[in-house]
Each structure stands twice: as C-alpha cells, then as structure tokens.
Design a protein around this ligand. Sequence first.
Ligand SMILES: NC(=O)c1ccc[n+]([C@@H]2O[C@H](COP(=O)([O-])OP(=O)(O)OC[C@H]3O[C@@H](n4cnc5c(N)ncnc54)[C@H](O)[C@@H]3O)[C@@H](O)[C@H]2O)c1
Length: 257
Amino acid sequence: MASAMTRFAEKTVIVTGAGSGIGAAAARRFADEGANLVAFDLEPGSIDEDFADLGDRLMVKVGDTTDPDTVNAVVADAADRFGSVDVLILNAGIADFGTLPETDDATWKKIIDVNVNGPAHFVRAALPHLKDSGGSIVMTSSVSGLGGDWGMTAYNASKGAVTNMVRSLAMDHGKEGVRVNAVNPCVIRTPLTEEIIEDEEIHDNLKQRIALGRVGEPEEVAAAMAFLASDDARFITGVNLPVDGGVGASNGQPPLS
Ligand SMILES: NC(=O)c1ccc[n+]([C@@H]2O[C@H](COP(=O)([O-])OP(=O)(O)OC[C@H]3O[C@@H](n4cnc5c(N)ncnc54)[C@H](O)[C@@H]3O)[C@@H](O)[C@H]2O)c1
C-alpha cells in the first residue's frame, strides 16, 4: 500500500538487507515517503529495477555489513552524494536453527557477526552524521530478542544483544539528538521463513499462538520502522516495539480450553 505521507522528503535513509523481505519493504516504504534511498545488500537481487522510479534518489551498494571498511565507505558515499545521513535501518540479518551443542563455532560466530557486529559497524560509522542531522536508527531485532525459542540459541543470543544494544545506544546518544529503537517482529512472510510457513503443522501452530491468527507481512514491519524513524516518534527512544500480531500478549501457556 503506497503511503500518502512524505515524512522523509530531503532525508537520506540507509537500509541494510534491502534486497529481500523486510528490508525490501522498508526500502519501498521510505522511498514512497520521499527519502533518498541507500539500498545496501550482499545480494542486491532486483533492487536496481525495483527502485528505478527513484532516479537520482537511489544509491545501490553491494557488500557485507560485517566488513567495517565497506560500511565506512557506504556511509561516506551516502553523505557525499546526498549531503546528510538521517536514518539507518539496520535490518540485514541471518538465522539458523540449533541448540548450543548442535551449533558449531563457525555458525555461532557468523550469526553474531552479521546480526550484532554489522549494526555496530554502521552505528560507529554514521553517528557523526546522525548527530549533525538529528537522525534516528531503527534496528530489526525480533521477538527472539525478547524471549527464548526452542532450538535457536545463536539467533536468540544475537537478537537479545540487538535488543539491549538499542537501549544502551539510546541512553548514550539521546542528548546528542540521536534516537535509537528496534522493531521486534514475530514470523513474517519472507524468503527467510518460507520453509517454516510452508510446513502446514508449524504454520497452524503459529496461527494458534498469534493473537491476530496469522503471520505478518513485510510491509507491516516497514510501517512500524517508518513510524519509529520519523518525527512522529520524536520523544520515543530506546524502545523495542513488538510487531508480532499479539504473540507477546501471551503468558506462554497453550490454549486451556
Ligand atoms: N522474517 C521473519 O520472520 C523475521 C522475524 C523477526 C526478525 N527478522 C529479522 O528481520 C531481518 C530481515 O529478515 P528477512 O526475513 O527480511 O530476511 P531475508 O533473508 O528475506 O533478507 C535478508 C537480507 O539481508 C541480506 N544480508 C544478509 N547478510 C548480510 C550481510 N552480512 N551484509 C549485507 N546484507 C546481508 C540478505 O542478502 C538478504 O537480502 C533480519 O535481521 C531477521 O533476523 C525476521
């Protein structure tokens, strides 16, 4: 659904993981609200074609969020080209299943590197620009950063770190005029969750536990990101906002009747 709002006109928004799923929906949302879009991804897919309508307002960058030199260059190029960096949407992330004994060291380190270190590199690189612009950061944490899942220890650890990183950053940089928040989605229909949603039994269980009775759509997360990044949320910082159809409303017990 196209938005009639233009809250990001003249603003430069960097979206990581913009090539797929939630990041692609976020990129579209910010673009539709008038932003200069810096779309960053390891695998850009069809970003060029999908956002061709932006013309000069689009900058596509291909690379890995875990490489600080790449991240520094993306932020510097964005500031050079558009004159400011106003919003970071730190969304690129990966997931894997496994209890701790089932998770080898390389997998553990990779998940932490992408989900925790990647966003940290971007914050470090962009903070001077965000202080200048009175900017804002939104990270994609997860309901998996608010409580535990079965058999997802590395992912839970990584998203728990994101959840608390936004609180700490919000406290340290609020007086510098920079706000830092997160969205915490439950299962959202993206390539990352295709297999889960295609499994009928798991999908049925999910629908039972989600108060609204369905999984979420990427655009529904993007709308929450745009709110948190906008001036509409100017007195909101350090928040982890569940975008979970009511999963977090439950005390965890299964249906009793
Ligand atoms: N889909 C869900 O149910 C769900 C729920 C909660 C949180 N999340 C989080 O949302 C974010 C986006 O997930 P999605 O479902 O859209 O996944 P997705 O796999 O559809 O998209 C993720 C994108 O990030 C990119 N990416 C991955 N690692 C990267 C790296 N190191 N550098 C640059 N780009 C990289 C991928 O190439 C991909 O285009 C992730 O952080 C994920 O943990 C997803």
